[in-house]
Write a protein that binds this ligand. Structure first.
Ligand SMILES: NC(=O)c1ccc[n+]([C@@H]2O[C@H](COP(=O)([O-])OP(=O)(O)OC[C@H]3O[C@@H](n4cnc5c(N)ncnc54)[C@H](OP(=O)(O)O)[C@@H]3O)[C@@H](O)[C@H]2O)c1
Length: 223
């Protein structure tokens, strides 16, 4: 399967690429195709160091080219740039492409981490993303509560839940399979994509709990 990561040159993209390249062809997307290729080469070396031979591959290209090629497209970009990146790009994806949003509308203020959508009465990420999609049922929200620090360290043992929201069962299953490929992560389905705001709000909650209580490597696990 071809997994494209828009903004794959960032921290989350690196973590996803390292983990998923064991079984998939990962394509790193960037506004700058050259930067994407450089990151892809770096991640390939890191993945081989960590896992030995990898069954998949990591390559790089411009964001729009990646969007056109991917079977799954992860939008690993900041909240503020959703419209500028997605406009003209999400209309280019294959009809079958599953679009994944891990995007958190979060800011740090003098009281702590806060949710931009609540504080500034702006749309949650999933709403901004779906505005640009032809088939909105292919949107799945996931990965809001796993830190890049954990993903990029392949030797770190994980034991966390990942909230997943989506309308289309098959699309959700595709994302569940990607979650299963990261050892120690468990998919926890919350419901339709309209409930994604709950997952998006979990991240500032988690980070405030971490800062205020000196908790290292925080994550969410439902027991
Ligand atoms: N970091 C975490 O631990 C974490 C955890 C859970 C969820 N998330 C969410 O996952 C997403 C990615 O997080 P991240 O930390 O990897 O983000 P990031 O490093 O800040 O940015 C990722 C990529 O987005 C692109 N980008 C940056 N500024 C842009 C702009 N002005 N216009 C268009 N593209 C721009 C860049 O790629 P190019 O410059 O190469 O185009 C960058 O490498 C975010 O929405 C975040 O809320 C992050």
């Amino acid at each position: 399967m071809k997994v494209g990561i828009i903004g794959g040159t960032g921290g989350m993209g690196k973590g996803f690429a390292l983990r998923w390249s064991q079984n998939n062809d990962v394509i790193i997307g960037s506004r700058d195709a050259g930067r994407a290729s450089e990151s892809a080469a770096e991640y390939t070396n890191l993945a081989k160091e960590a896992f030995g031979e990898i069954k998949g591959s990591i390559s790089g290209d411009g964001n729009v080219s990646v969007a056109k090629e991917s079977d799954v497209l992860v939008l690993s970009i900041p909240y503020e740039n959703i419209d500028s990146v997605c406009s003209g790009m999400l209309s280019e994806v294959k009809d079958t492409c599953v679009v994944v949003s891990p995007i958190v509308p979060m800011t740090r203020t003098d009281v702590g981490f806060e949710c931009i959508s609540i504080k500034e009465n702006r749309p949650f990420s999933y709403r901004l993303v779906s505005n640009h999609m032809k088939d909105k049922s292919k949107l799945v929200s996931a990965f809001h509560v796993i830190s890049e620090k954990k993903l990029i360290n392949p030797t770190l043992e994980l034991d966390y839940d990942i909230f997943v929201c989506g309308d289309d069962k098959e699309s959700v299953q595709v994302v569940n399979n990607l979650i299963d490929q990261i050892k120690g992560l468990r998919s926890v389905y919350l419901g339709p994509v309209e409930l994604s705001y709950l997952a998006e709000m979990s991240t500032p909650l988690l980070l405030n709990a971490m800062i205020q209580n000196g908790i290292k490597n925080p994550g969410i696990k439902i027991i």
